[in-house]
Design a binder for this molecule. Structure first.
Ligand SMILES: C[S@@+](CC[C@H](N)C(=O)[O-])C[C@H]1O[C@@H](n2cnc3c(N)ncnc32)[C@H](O)[C@@H]1O
Length: 292
């Protein structure tokens, strides 16, 4: 079970967050605990630390791995942050590592990947109603075009072609049905399957991924102790832009600023990591610290 998910930029996260014995830790996307376990190994501080994940499967796994004195919240991180603020909690370190985990991609029935044929689902939190089936089958052609352009960064012409073929073939029930249909609209060879960006776009909508990030970021400085460190890992430019703009704004008010930026340029993976963990290819780490 140890290798379910390879945490990205692990040594860079440890260097940036610089955990010390006794410090408290908040993990907004604890997943399979790869980052959390290395940080908690150093701090040995469980009762004031929190592991958040909206995926029940991840939370159950974490519960089997960590001491029972640690705290869990099985919800989206925006709701969790509101709850922690309400209780007046603050932390020495906060980490967010966005996106999906390898086990989520690898569990066929979750419908995140077109490597397997499965129902169109893509919910990180299976208590939620909206699924990828709803987005693909119940959204207007115009909205699908917008979704593909905005969240998949798909060029206009292709976004129109993909939306049109989807609308003509509805209902579309499975991941492979969708991926094969998209492929019919592309002529010529490409290293990346043309459905990759469509799947990214639909996943972002199903899980309101950017909305979650946008609402949560401005609240995070209030959860940090003085000199507390914040680390955020993103996997595509839409996420990274939100984080970059937030950190710039929070550090741009002179003495009044809530944060100071630790690294001006995002940290990316070294070649050695890329060899063992291809997921790290697009990962970017930004770090900031609470000023006062
Ligand atoms: C890339 S994985 C994190 C892996 C983790 N750092 C590790 O080392 O195992 C992202 C995790 O965040 C969770 N997640 C993504 N967005 C979330 C959100 N808005 N609220 C709560 N959990 C979220 C996913 O369910 C997934 O388990």
């Amino acid at each position: 079970m140890e290798k379910l998910h390879n945490p990205v930029l692990l040594s860079e996260v440890l260097a940036g967050l610089s955990p010390k014995p006794g410090e408290s830790y908040l993990d907004l996307t604890a997943g399979f605990g790869g980052h959390a376990s290395k940080i908690l190994d150093v701090t040995q501080q469980f009762k004031d630390s929190y592991l958040i994940d909206r995926d029940e499967f991840a939370i159950n796994y974490l519960k089997s791995k960590f001491p029972s004195s640690i705290n869990y919240i099985n919800s989206d991180f925006y709701s969790a942050v509101l709850q922690l603020l309400e209780c007046g909690k603050t932390f020495d370190m906060i980490l967010a590592d966005f996106g999906v985990s390898s086990p989520q991609l690898d569990m066929e029935e979750r419908g995140f990947s077109f490597r397997y044929d499965a129902p169109l689902d893509m919910r990180m939190d299976r208590r939620q109603k909206l699924t990828a089936y709803d987005v693909i089958n119940k959204t207007s052609e115009r909205e699908l075009i917008d979704i593909f352009k905005t969240y998949g960064e798909i060029p206009d012409g292709r976004a129109h072609a993909f939306a049109r073929v989807i609308v003509h073939h509805r209902p579309i029930k499975s991941t492979l049905e969708l991926a094969d249909l998209i492929k019919t609209r592309i002529h010529g060879y490409s290293r990346i399957h043309p459905a990759t960006q469509v799947f990214q776009a639909v996943r972002i909508v199903v899980n309101d991924e950017l909305g979650q990030i946008e609402k949560t970021l401005p609240l995070l400085p209030k959860l940090l102790n003085k000199n507390g460190r914040l680390g955020i890992i993103t996997f595509h430019s839409l996420e990274d832009r939100l984080v970059k703009d937030f950190m710039r704004e929070a550090s741009n008010h002179g003495e009044e600023s809530e944060l100071s930026i630790i690294n001006k340029k995002p940290i990316t993976a070294e070649n050695v990591e890329l060899v063992i963990n291809p997921r790290a290819r697009s990962a970017k780490l930004r770090l900031a610290a609470r000023r006062n």
